[in-house]
Design a protein around this ligand. Structure first.
Ligand code: GLP
Length: 240
């Protein structure tokens, strides 16, 4: 795998080899790399050469070092197109990442004025209030607070909230989810955000508010999400 006769410097071959293992998913995000010593003896090259290859990948942010612990594979920045209305589960599956949810709370509450006006119901109507941390390959990506009019999904239960809400609405309730209006703004992580998303307090987050509608124009959900700014960015196509 390493060609010592090649004019391509060995450190560069090491760099390309690790890079390929990351791309092929042989090395997964968060996974520790073997030590420089192990690498060096596996490929019969010096530790210096290994270090040079690894340093290049650290500079490219494909790897990160933790003092006293080793070198790890970085988490990819998730690129999210803005033109298609997808669910979190679909977003992660499209990237071959394992979607997950940590349910923090699930209650029936009376809609406040703001929630009622987004959901198109009168204040005080009973709504489900759901709070979940959304995970990609077990890593927290977003904190999601969802409100759904109870009448729309009277049988909604905790089991659903560990997987996909949209799948439940479409497959179990037979709803056709049609469109959404979404706003995105930058915020800084509060202590609560920081603890749940495993970032420093004050880290940049993207606050996204979505109002999703069904084909018959009824509002399905009002969702407030806080996405990690270091893991997520949006892309959109424009024409003029
Ligand atoms: C995204 C949207 C939310 C929506 C969720 C559904 O995160 N921003 O508005 O509720 O997807 O995801 P899932 O079907 O995985 O529960």
């Amino acid at each position: 795998m390493i060609d010592k006769q090649s004019p391509i410097p060995i450190y560069f071959q090491i760099e390309a080899l690790i890079d390929k293992q990351i791309k092929d998913g042989v090395l997964r995000p968060g996974e520790a790399l073997p030590s420089e010593r192990e690498f060096a003896s596996e490929y019969g090259v010096s530790r210096m050469t290994i270090r040079q290859g690894i340093t290049n990948l650290v500079q490219q942010k494909k790897l990160y070092r933790e003092k006293g612990k080793g070198t790890f594979v970085s988490w990819p920045n998730i690129e999210q197109p803005l033109s298609k209305m997808t669910s979190f589960t679909e977003d992660m599956k499209n990237r071959e990442m394992e979607p997950g949810s940590k349910l923090l709370s699930f209650n029936r509450v009376e809609a406040t004025g703001e929630i009622a006006s987004i959901l198109g119901i009168s204040e005080g109507t009973m709504v489900f209030a759901i709070k979940r941390v959304r995970l990609a390959d077990h890593m927290p990506i977003a904190l999601e607070q969802t409100y759904i009019t109870c009448e729309l999904a009277p049988d909604l239960h905790e089991g659903v909230l560990h997987s996909s809400l949209y799948q439940y609405f479409e497959q179990e309730c037979g709803y056709i989810i049609n469109d959404a209006e979404q706003t995105i703004k930058a915020i800084l992580a509060t202590s609560e955000d920081a603890a749940l998303l495993e970032v420093e307090k004050g880290s940049p987050l993207l606050a996204i508010r979505r109002q999703a509608r069904l084909e018959d124009n009824r509002v399905l959900e009002a969702v407030y999400s806080h996405y990690r700014g270091d893991r997520y960015h949006f892309v959109t196509k424009m024409s003029r």
